[in-house]
Design a binder for this molecule. Structure first.
Ligand code: ATP
Length: 953
């Protein structure tokens, strides 16, 4: 049997110190300076400057060249290459080592030269060195130790380094100066030591090499700190020995696990003795420390196997901790591995290089941290000085030495902890500073975002805002006060105006009342005084004569009904609606206003049902003509029994000037009167052909007849009243005409031949070309003329006086450019007063205040209104145009508006009754020329005669 290295004669010179001998580890040959001098001057370290770290720890971080996507590296080496930082999501942790190597940066060759070569050189000089690979499974221990096909590992490189490039039979070998080595390869599996160089079927060196890896392994016993009877190979050629080692390497028990396809299930120990110098190199490839479940070892055998593997690792851990702690007992014998490594820890010349293999994979972080913790603890082991006299001293001295060594180790450990603490504190301070800096930046950004850069600026803005708000509030209050004052002034002004108007209207009402009394007085005179002769002799007032004639008892030709409703409350705007009877005829009873341009916008049919409730309770004035439809004079006799189609001409004042077409024939029963003057009985009489003149009425009821007259007159005298409901019973026109006295009525000669014809010219007013019978005809005459569409000028000219044309225009001034108004056809005897009436009708408004200018007059002065009735139209200057008519030049009065439109919007909103409103706009001179035949008071009263509705029979 080949001698074991321990039994080699080269090792006889080395003293073997065990814990039992109480000798502490001490290196004397290869000593590295203490990198951490004790800060404590009283510590034993100072007293023992020889204190040394027997274990050096190097981190070897593997690489994953085969992976396409490399994992994020959780390990980072500091620039000094002695601190390895493990980064995690929650932070990091630093481990101080003697060196760090990343296989990505340094291949095995570089790693070897950097961290291993120096130790190998020491072995060549006779030192003892133990290089052990420690780390979790799959971390690259075997790879680092044995290498791969491309690059050899530490075993082969060290062998080569120790033996050099020697060849067999060289001069050096012949002279005996060459170096040779003895190599022993052991496997510790399941706490058994197997000799990988020996097999049951083979011999030892030269002849005992196993032929193949399949041979059964020889189990060895441990004797002391060595494997008893272990086989070794010796030689001087590195190549040969390397090949043999490669062969036995394959004999290791390898198993595929979840962590590693080729996981080493055993610890492998290669012992290289250099007998010539006494050097010894122990290379230990430990099995991976692993979690049983994680490794997928579920079977009992696998679990026991893994447990045994871990037993060696745990025992080694305990040994390291025990030595680091300075325990008096170091549990070397807890495992076969530690038993064989005892010399490495105890021999002063022995140096341990622990290579911590780790993975940068974040999944392996837990194992990596455990490995680094273990290595950091091993690095702390301190070996005390080996005093020459220690063997001689007694037990007490040895104890003192041990205690001193322990104290020194503890001091060293404390110092290291303090240094680490300081380092941590420094890092914490730096982190705190950075945190503070970041917080300041965040606060500055937040202040910038929120616009709170400075409190002073904000305060300034607030002050400005407050000042501005105060100024605005003051200005607003000032304006409010001003508005309030203006409103009060305006209200006061309006109130005064109202009062003035009320006063004025009261005066007018009083005046009307007096007029009424006068009229009553006149009407109450004896009947013989009211005959035509007497009337014609009364101041030549033709209008009064006609008025009385109209209401004379023997006037059967016309029936006028005038309703008076004293409860009128609605404001109304002057607006005239004339309904052409002829148009009604041709239109089947429906009145057509389309021929009247100024009423075109009013051309809509309004149902009486709509009007009845609206105007039923108002003060109304209406005169209704019921015209018999007579086609020819020869058929008059036959028409007595026929139902006569009736037309209604109504002139209304309606709010807002809305136009109305009345279909009088369609629903005459809706025009029921509320006045006794036109009762149903009266109407019934009418339908029977009786004349409803004053005389007939008096026959029926003298009191009511009188009342009717008074009301008619009152109505004529100027109240603006709204048309109300009239119940019109169709009357045979012929009967009415027969009953009428042609001598006693002013309408004699008018009949259906007297018309007001629409000339059809563009912009022609309704009363254009109106033939004026004579200057004595009043408005009734004129309107009666206008109601006949069958006007024949030739016939008229035969029955009446010859006519003249009067061209009416405004006087040229700054506000009026002499606009032409119309041409009127009047009889030669017509006066300017008659012209005035026609012009006012033509203009469609009653407030047209103007004066006639006699242009031939050298003064050019206007003719006073009182004299208009005395001046004939033929006195006007002759116009030189083709028609050879007369020119009536009108000068608008300044004090009255040319338009009936209210001057101010407030006038539309006056909170007065219609009567009050109307009085302010009542034209004072509207009909003055017509009143020449009456007393001044009556004439004045008639000036405010309202629009009327005529019913012609
Ligand atoms: N630095 C590296 N570069 C390239 N490949 C490597 C490196 N380290 C390890 N490997 C590869 O990883 C695999 C596992 O490595 P290895 O067998 O050395 O791990 P181990 O620590 O010995 O595991 P176990 O304890 O289970 O034996 C091997 O295939 C190996 O070639």
């Amino acid at each position: 049997m080949a001698p074991t290295p321990s039994s080699s004669k080269f090792n006889q010179n080395h003293s073997i110190k065990t814990p039992q001998s109480k000798h502490r580890l001490n290196f004397t040959s290869v000593r590295t300076p203490n990198p951490h001098p004790s800060p404590n001057p009283n510590s034993t370290v100072k007293e023992n400057p020889q204190a040394d770290h027997p274990i050096e720890v190097i981190g070897r971080i593997r690489d994953y060249p085969d992976r396409k996507e490399k994992p994020n590296c959780i390990l980072q080496a500091n620039p000094d290459n002695q601190t390895l930082r493990v980064r995690a999501d929650i932070g990091y942790r630093d481990f101080t080592l003697d060196g760090v190597s990343f296989s990505e940066d340094e291949d095995l060759d570089a790693f070897y030269k950097k961290f291993v070569e120096s130790r190998i050189n020491g072995v060549k000089l006779g030192n003892k060195c133990t290089i052990m690979m420690y780390g979790p499974t799959g971390s690259g221990k075997s790879h680092t130790m044995f290498g791969c096909s491309k690059q050899p590992g530490i075993v082969y490189r060290s062998l080569k380094d120790i033996l050099g490039e020697q060849e067999e039979g060289s001069d050096a070998e012949r002279s005996g100066m060459c170096t040779f080595v003895q190599v022993t390869v052991l496997e510790i599996y399941n706490e058994e030591i197997y000799d990988l160089l020996s097999s049951n079927g083979g011999g030892g060196f030269g002849f005992g090499w196993p032929k193949s890896g399949n041979g059964s392994k020889v189990r060895l016993e441990v004797m002391g700190k060595k494997a008893k009877n272990a086989t070794f190979i010796s030689g001087t050629e590195a190549g040969k020995i390397s090949k043999e080692i490669q062969k036995v390497e394959k004999r290791r028990i390898v198993k595929s696990t979840l962590c590693n396809d080729q996981s080493s299930r055993s610890h492998c120990m290669i012992i290289l003795d250099v007998p010539t110098v006494g050097g010894r190199l122990m290379l230990v490839d430990m099995a991976g420390s692993e979690n049983i479940e994680q490794a997928g070892q579920n079977s009992l055998e696998a679990k026991m196997q893994t447990g045994k593997i871990n037993q060696g690792n745990i025992a080694l851990k305990r040994v390291v901790e025990s030595i680091a702690n300075g325990d008096s007992h170091v549990p070397f014998r807890d495992s076969k591995l530690t038993m064989l490594l005892q010399d490495s820890f105890e021999d002063d010349k022995s140096k341990i290089l622990m290579i911590l293999c780790a993975s940068p994979d974040p999944k392996e972080i837990h194992k990596t941290i455990c490995t680094l913790e273990y290595g950091a603890k091993a690095k702390c082991i301190v070996r005390g000085p080996n005093t020459p006299s220690k063997d001689k001293v007694g037990t007490e001295d040895s104890s003192a030495i041990i205690l001193g060594s322990k104290i020194a180790a503890m001091d060293q450990f404390i110092y290291k902890l303090q240094m680490e603490n300081k380092l941590r504190e420094k890092e914490r301070n730096e982190a705190h500073k950075q945190l503070k800096k970041k917080e300041e930046e965040v606060a500055a950004l937040r202040a910038l975002v929120e616009g709170k850069e400075s409190a002073a600026r904000e305060e300034e803005i607030n002050l400005k805002v407050n000042e501005r708000t105060r100024m605005l509030r003051l200005a607003l209050e000032k304006k409010l006060e001003e508005c309030q004052r203006m409103a009060e002034e305006f209200v006061e002004l309006e109130r005064r105006r109202m009062e003035e108007r009320i006063l004025q209207q009261q005066q007018e009402v009083e005046m009307l009342r007096r007029r009424l009394e006068e009229i009553e007085f006149e009407l109450s005179r004896p009947r013989d005084e009211n005959n035509v002769e007497n009337r014609s002799s009364m101041d030549g007032s033709s209008f009064a004569i006609r008025l009385l004639g109209v209401y004379a008892d023997e006037d059967p030709g016309m029936v006028k009904s005038m309703d008076l409703d004293m409860g009128d409350q609605e404001p109304f705007v002057p607006d005239v609606k004339c309904v052409d009877m002829a148009a009604q005829k041709s239109n089947g009873g429906i009145l057509n206003l389309g021929n009247y341009p100024y009423l075109n916008h009013l051309n809509q049919v309004v149902d009486h049902d709509v009007l009845a409730p609206k105007y039923g309770g108002k003060v109304c004035l209406s005169t209704v003509f019921e015209e018999e439809e007579v086609e020819e004079e020869d058929h008059r006799e036959k028409m007595d029994d026929e139902e006569v189609e009736k037309g209604v001409i109504e002139v209304k004042r309606v709010i807002g000037g809305s136009g109305i077409n009345l279909d009088a024939g369609s629903s005459p029963q809706k025009f029921e009167t509320s006045e006794p003057s036109i009762r149903n009985s009266d109407l019934k009489d009418r339908s029977e052909g009786k004349c409803l003149g004053s005389e007939s009425l008096e026959d029926v009821d003298p009191a009511s007849s009188r009342r009717l007259r008074i009301q008619n007159i009152f109505t004529l005298c100027g109240n603006y009243r709204e048309l109300s409901q009239h119940n019109i019973t169709p009357l045979p026109a012929k009967k009415m005409l027969e009953d009428a006295d042609p001598q006693s009525t002013p309408f004699t000669g008018l009949k259906e031949d007297s018309v007001i014809r629409n000339s059809g010219k563009e912009n022609s007013p309704i009363l254009k070309d109106v033939p004026l019978v004579d200057s004595g005809k009043n408005l009734f005459d004129l309107m009666a003329l206008a109601s006949d569409e069958n006007y024949n000028p030739l016939k008229e000219s035969n029955d009446a006086q010859p006519q003249i044309d009067v061209h009416v225009k405004w006087e040229t001034s700054k506000v009026n450019n002499g606009k032409f108004i119309t041409t009127l056809k009047v009889v030669r005897s017509a006066t300017l007063a008659d012209l005035r009436k026609l012009i006012e009708i033509h203009l469609g408004a009653e407030n047209q205040a103007f004066s006639f200018l006699v242009l031939g007059d050298p003064t050019g002065a206007p003719i006073p209104k009182e004299k208009e009735s005395t001046v004939q139209a033929i006195k006007l200057p002759i116009c030189n145009n083709q028609s050879q008519g007369y020119l009536a030049c009108l000068r608008p009065s300044n004090h009255l508006p040319l338009s009936p439109v209210p001057a101010t919007p407030m006038e539309n909103k006056l909170p007065l009754s219609p009567l009050e409103n109307k009085l302010s706009f009542t034209p004072s001179s509207c009909l003055s020329v017509q009143c020449d035949g009456l007393s001044p008071k009556l004439a004045q009263h008639l000036n405010s005669t309202p629009f009327i509705t005529l019913r012609k029979h």
